[in-house]
Design a protein around this ligand. Structure first.
Ligand SMILES: *Cc1c(COP(=O)(O)O)cnc(C)c1O
Length: 568
């Protein structure tokens, strides 16, 4: 376990501070809920590999996300999933005070260190208000990830942004930049405006004290949300009540919106470098926010984290250096077909065993598996596959396959929970025709088992709502091709029949034809190839590896952030 002493190791070198409301640090630290957090974790794992000078800031989220159980009717049952930071991190010898709702709130924290097998390390500050000096209510501000009402939410965001900036300063970090992973941390810009304000005696009457260019030059903002309604907004009445001392309100209104404080606007107006997480998503963001230069840095995933040990052993032998330099996987055609296929069969067998252990469902280890797993919410359309159960059954009669699913719905997302029940109803309806299982408690560990043990990775979001998507990239690292709607990263990653296959047209208004297209592809292309042409199938596996894992990795992503955003 790291000790506070080691904090000193991180202080001399100037760093980029990376702020994220959630970070998937490790499978047994439940401080993430989905793709945003897992991406943040991959960002830090890669920064550690590359010895990029970074420091991350997040909330400790002691109460975790939740552990999911599913009953016989397919109803999600949520169990608390608390964790004990003292088992994984060292207490920081510092605390900073904020004024929230007129009370002083002390923010302490923990040091967690992300270590690379290549010797690099990145410190992570887990901010924590659970201190005896605080009012009972305030001790819980950093407990619940995305929990509570909007008052709770804004307090969390003030602790993250303003508390984070103050904590970095109190600890003595030297900072060369600030990177906001999504708008939750945008209050950091206001804290910096105040920090770098000109002294009153240097100002002419009526002149603003705020040095906008200086703050803007320090900030980078990555947006992840392709719909206006998804961006956090707070009424100024609430902002004033909770965080009244922030700046003068006229300035904040100019920067964050006249009617409501929009965290995305605030981040956009105070960041020199702004990007979306895929080319298509950057286009969507430019339309949503005209007048801002929104770059595209397409997401990537962390090589060794997302490759099963079976495949990893084969790459070590035939593509040495692939972990640290994933672009070497462009040489994947050097791997003998039978070795690649045998390693994949091992990963599939592991998944089949796990399905049996967790659900009692006996899958056939020799039959292709369609895998689909992600946060369950309406736009992800987990149910698209079941649009026409009779047709699905007919396809399975001619070209047998099996389905493994997983995913949690946010406790307040009633639509998502109904979707899980609906999926279970379809499983019962198709029982005897198509072997199917729904694995409970989707997490990073289960994600690796699914993306490596499936034969086809299925993704069916409603366009244009998938900003990027990353699970299909994880599949690519395991030689598993994706069958997906053309949205997010797949617009760039899909080469039809080479890296996988597209569902529907590349047209944001074509969502209606997706089910028919999915069935046609499965029936005429994907399943016949799997059953009838092993060499042809392995060629697509190699296409996924050599064209997609070689590119959609977080090493490429971090080199771009470093050269274009951090060192601009
Ligand atoms: C990768 C991952 C996600 C994100 O997957 P998407 O395809 O982007 O939805 C969500 N949850 C977990 C546990 C993951 O590992």
């Amino acid at each position: 376990m790291p000790t506070t002493d080691r904090l000193d190791d991180f202080l001399p070198q100037p760093r980029v501070a990376y702020f994220s409301m959630e970070i998937g640090l490790a499978n047994d630290i439940p401080t993430y809920s989905g793709g945003l957090g897992v991406l943040a974790g991959d960002t830090l794992r890669t920064a550690a590999d590359m010895s990029l000078p970074m420091v991350a800031v997040t909330l400790v989220s002691r109460a975790g996300h939740f552990r999911q159980e599913i009953d016989a009717q397919g109803r999600q049952i949520e169990h608390a999933d608390p964790w004990d930071p003292s088992q994984h991190a060292a207490r920081l010898n510092a605390a900073v005070a904020l004024n929230l709702e007129g009370r002083q709130v002390w923010v302490g924290g923990w040091l967690y260190v992300v270590r690379s097998r290549h010797n690099g390390a990145v410190p992570v500050l887990l901010l924590d208000t659970d201190m005896p000096v605080n009012h009972a209510e305030d001790r819980e501000i950093t407990h619940y990830l995305y929990g509570g009402d909007e008052t709770y939410r804004i307090k969390q965001e003030v602790v993250l942004g303003a508390g984070g900036v103050a904590m970095l300063q109190a600890l003595g970090f030297k900072l060369m930049g600030y990177h906001m992973n999504e708008g939750h941390s945008a209050f950091l810009t206001l804290a910096l405006l105040r920090r770098f304000a000109y002294p009153a005696e240097d100002l002419r009457p009526g002149e603003s004290p705020y040095n906008l260019p200086r703050v803007r030059d320090l900030c980078t903002f990555t947006t992840h949300t392709p719909v206006e309604a998804g961006h956090d907004q707070f009424s100024y009445e609430l902002v004033q009540r909770v965080y009244g001392d922030l700046l003068d309100l006229a300035t904040v209104r100019q920067l964050a919106g006249a009617d409501r404080l929009n965290m995305t606007r605030l981040a956009l107006n105070l960041s020199e470098y702004v990007n979306g997480v895929a080319k298509r998503h950057a286009e969507t963001s430019r339309r949503m926010f005209p007048g801002y230069a929104v770059h595209a840095v397409t997401n990537g995933v962390h090589s060794s984290t997302w490759t099963s040990r079976h495949l990893g052993a084969v790459y070590d032998q035939h593509v040495p250096g692939w972990c640290h330099e994933p672009e070497l996987l462009s040489r994947a055609d050097r791997i003998p077909d039978d070795l690649l296929w045998a390693a994949h069969a091992e990963a599939r067998r592991d998944l089949v065993e796990r399905v049996a252990r967790l659900t009692g469902v006996a899958l056939d280890p020799e039959r292709p598996i369609l895998g689909l797993a992600r946060r369950v919410t309406a736009y992800k359309r987990h149910n698209l596959l079941f649009t026409d159960p009779a047709r699905l059954r007919a396809i399975a009669e001619r070209h047998p396959f099996q389905v493994v699913m997983a995913g949690k719905a946010h406790p307040r997302d009633q639509g998502g929970k109904r979707l899980i029940e609906e999926l279970h109803a379809h499983m019962r309806e198709l029982h005897g025709s198509i072997p199917m299982a729904y694995l409970p408690d989707y997490d990073m560990d289960l994600a690796l088992a699914l993306v490596s043990g499936s034969d086809v990775w299925l993704n069916t979001p409603l366009r244009p709502l998938e900003a990027s998507g990353t699970s299909g990239m994880k599949a690519a690292f395991n030689g598993v091709p994706q069958l997906s709607v053309l949205d997010g990263w797949w617009v760039e990653g899909c080469i039809e029949g080479v890296t996988g296959w597209a569902i529907g047209a590349d047209d944001a208004n074509a969502n209606g034809g997706d089910a028919a297209s999915l069935y046609d592809k499965l029936e005429r292309v994907v399943l016949p190839l799997w059953h009838g042409d092993r060499a042809g199938w392995v060629a697509v596996m190699k296409g996924a590896l050599s064209k997609n894992a070689a590119y959609f990795n977080s090493h490429r992503m971090m080199r771009r952030y470093a050269t274009e955003a951090y060192l601009r």
